[in-house]
Structure formats: C-alpha cells, structure tokens
Write a protein that binds this ligand. Structure first.
Ligand SMILES: [Zn+2]
Length: 147
C-alpha cells in the first residue's frame, strides 16, 4: 500500500533514541512524505464523503451508514497524522505548544503563535508513546455503489 506503514514501523522502532541522536536515525524527509501521503488519503475520504452527501441529497437514498464509516475513517487517519506530525516534530527537536498545537523551533521559550510558555523538548519526548500501533484501515467503502 502506501509507504506510510514502512516508515511508521521504522520510525517507531527508533523513536526512543530520538532525544539523544536527533536527525541521525530517522529520515525526516521520509516521515514528511508519509505525512503528505496521509493528508492526501484524508482528502480523498473528504471527497468521497462530499460525493455521498451529494448523491444522498439528489437521490433521496439514505447513506447515513456510509457517511458514518467515512467519518470514522477520517477521524482515524487524522489521529495517525497527528502522531506522525508529533514524531516529525520531536525528530526535528521542535516543541509543540500545549495550548494551540503549533510547532516551535528548538529552544523557543514561548509559542510564536499564541505566546503560551513552552515545555522543553526533552520533557515532551519522554511522553511519546512508541508502542502505539498504527494500523492502516482498508478502504472498505465501495463508491461504485453510488453510480
Ligand atoms: Zn501556542
């Protein structure tokens, strides 16, 4: 499927060492590529969701179940993207603002976006949970049903 699985497995395996040897172990460009991949997956789901809604409005058929499934899938993908972004940020030794979620440069004391005081990267890295399993849900929505 996507390169996401491979990348995330490798990244998760080495994430424990991130704080000590940033940039040496994780290929950040691969993580960014995986994040972009994931974003486009999410966009595809949004498009299908929009199409389902359109069909529903114009045919009077009830696609509530399909919409719920899509919505769940999008939520899951988004949470994967969040953890991936966290991983990228910690790999780059960036500090995530606990208030607004913006990523700030290493060593920043206050958030550049909202001004919140930032916690240190080291502290944050310890809170990472490398054991989180990211499973990539199959696209089981058959949009041919709509035509
Ligand atoms: Zn902030």
């Amino acid at each position: 499927m996507s390169i996401f699985e491979d990348v995330i497995v490798n990244a998760k395996a080495v994430v424990g060492t991130v704080g000590k040897k940033a940039g040496e172990v994780i290929d950040i460009s691969k993580l960014k590529l995986a994040a972009a991949d994931l974003k486009s997956e999410i966009n595809v789901k949004y498009q299908i969701l929009g199409r389902v809604t359109f069909e529903e409005m114009n045919t009077g058929k009830d696609y509530t179940k399909s919409k719920q499934e899509l919505s769940d899938q999008i939520k899951e993908l988004k949470s994967h993207l969040d953890s991936l972004n966290d991983l990228i940020a910690s790999s780059m030794q960036k500090t995530k603002c606990s208030s607004c979620g913006a990523y700030n440069a290493k060593g920043a004391v206050f958030c550049s976006k909202c001004g919140e005081k930032l916690v240190s990267t080291t502290e944050q890295a310890e809170h990472m949970e490398p054991d989180d399993v990211i499973d990539f849900t199959e696209d089981n929505f058959d949009d041919d049903d709509l035509l």
